[in-house]
Design a protein around this ligand. Structure first.
Ligand code: AMP
Ligand code: GLY
Length: 423
């Protein structure tokens, strides 16, 4: 079978790396992919949210299965378009993707089905939002309703910050129409984790637990990023809390949507805060996490294509994922300046030889290009240096040994990935 993977980041490299191990796959295409992905897949120059370009390609090349990485295409309805054209695709339909595409839809869905989440109110007028935060005081959280490339959430520790956030989103419109409406919610305290499942609309198969590191600097300091590293399993969400997340969050949402005529097929990712009252939802994503996927897939024993096809065909009921007992850690190497401005085109050295020396270390490329025989940087998050180890401590050691051999000018990475799991 021919498989097309949509996207160009480290998550897509990890998906392709795993898909390439499936006995059922003959050829993989990536649209648009990146330099590192090119070693496993043929790159196709179509943007990840160009729905008509992607569906024309899939139809012309007789692609047997398309797997969507990022959210934008899903929110814009790629799964609906593919289905209309009788093309097989793995990803939530537009009506389901609203869980990520609209924070208001997500919060109202949670309220309707009694899913634990921070108390909230919705505003479409700036003045009313401002007087509400004045009344409530800080800390308080302001969220733009629509997609904002991961930048639309403001956790405000002072009233001034909250007023500025409202002005950015509703006044200056830095996220365009995504900020026409905002959710203002109570600030939760606790430990964050990611619970990711694959659903067929009725049954779900959980992926292994994981934890991301959102802030740019060690000890969770500095700006929010797409994610600077991840590990799996995540001890904070193992056992009872994991089950509670499935029972109180995942199933109620999937069953509730089904009752409303929305069959949730695809990936459902709950970003949760483990509070003193149990897991609360911070956000839903309708796709795999990045970089969580890089830390999860190396632990997956089964065939990812089989799992995906059971989701599409509504046959997940009897499927179980088996996980490698070892732990996996992914450390992200980013361009200096990210998540703000940074330079591209820096030559990366030290990438050769990992596959020969250790099958437990994989370098997933997030933003690289091939230039002659070298790889150069082409974005903010550049590489995900990933290692399996007997436990988190062992995996941490191996990934830091590996990243220590890699270099590009102004490379930045956190030195404390996995530290929380060790405490
Ligand atoms: P989101 O994109 O909604 O996950 O928000 C991004 C980050 O903001 C989360 O990973 C949390 O660190 C933080 N956050 C979001 N909502 C809340 C909340 N209600 N209380 C505290 N922190 C939050
Ligand atoms: N790592 C966070 C996300 O994928 O949204």
């Amino acid at each position: 079978m021919k498989v097309l993977v949509v996207g160009s980041g480290g998550r897509e490299h990890a998906l392709i790396w795993k898909i390439a191990q499936s006995r059922r796959v003959d050829k993989i295409y990536a649209a648009p992919g990146n330099g590192g992905i090119a070693s496993l897949a043929t790159l196709v120059d179509i943007k990840a949210d160009d729905i008509s370009g992607l569906s024309d390609f899939a139809s012309r090349e007789k692609i047997g299965l398309t797997v969507v990485g990022p959210e934008m295409a899903l929110v814009k309805g790629i799964a609906d378009e593919f289905e209309k054209r009788n093309l097989r695709i793995f990803g939530a339909k537009k009506s389901a993707a609203l869980l990520e595409g609209s924070k208001i839809f997500a919060k109202e869905t949670m309220r309707e089905f009694d899913v634990p989440t921070a108390d909230f109110k919705v505003f479409d007028k700036k003045e009313e939002a401002l007087s509400y935060v004045k009344k409530k005081g800080a800390p308080i959280v302001i969220k733009a309703d629509g997609l904002a490339a991961g930048k639309g959430v403001f956790v405000c520790s002072s009233l001034k910050e909250a007023e500025d956030a409202i002005d950015e989103t509703m006044g200056k419109k830095v996220f365009g129409s995504s900020g026409d409406r905002v959710v203002i919610e109570e600030c939760l305290e606790g430990e964050e984790a990611s619970v990711i499942v694959v659903s067929d609309g009725e049954s779900v198969v959980p992926m292994a637990s994981s934890q991301d590191h959102k802030r740019i600097y060690d000890d969770d300091k500095g700006a929010n990023t797409g994610g600077m590293g991840a590990y799996s399993p995540a001890p904070v969400v193992e056992g009872e809390i994991f089950q509670e997340t499935l029972d109180r969050i995942i199933y109620p949402v999937i069953n509730g949507l089904k009752k409303k005529g929305v069959l949730y097929k695809g990936v459902l990712y709950a970003g949760i805060m483990i509070t003193k009252d149990g897991p609360y939802v911070l956000e839903f994503n309708v796709r795999f996490g990045d970089p969580e996927t890089q830390a999860i897939l190396p632990r997956m024993k089964g065939d990812l294509i089989d799992l995906i096809e059971c989701s599409i065909d509504g046959k997940l009921r009897d499927v179980e994922n088996e996980w490698d007992k070892r732990a996996c850690v992914c450390v992200v190497a980013a361009s200096g300046g990210y998540p703000g401005e940074y330079e591209k085109g820096r030559t990366i050295t030290g990438l050769k030889g990992f596959e020969e020396t250790s099958r437990d270390v994989v370098i997933f490329h997030a933003a690289t290009k091939k230039k002659n025989s070298d790889y150069v940087t082409s974005g903010g998050r550049v590489l995900g240096v990933t290692a399996l180890g007997e436990d988190i401590k062992g995996a941490v050691k191996k990934s830091y040994e590996a990243i220590g051999k890699i270099h590009f000018d102004n490379m930045h990475y956190r030195k404390d990935i996995g530290k929380r799991a060790l405490n």
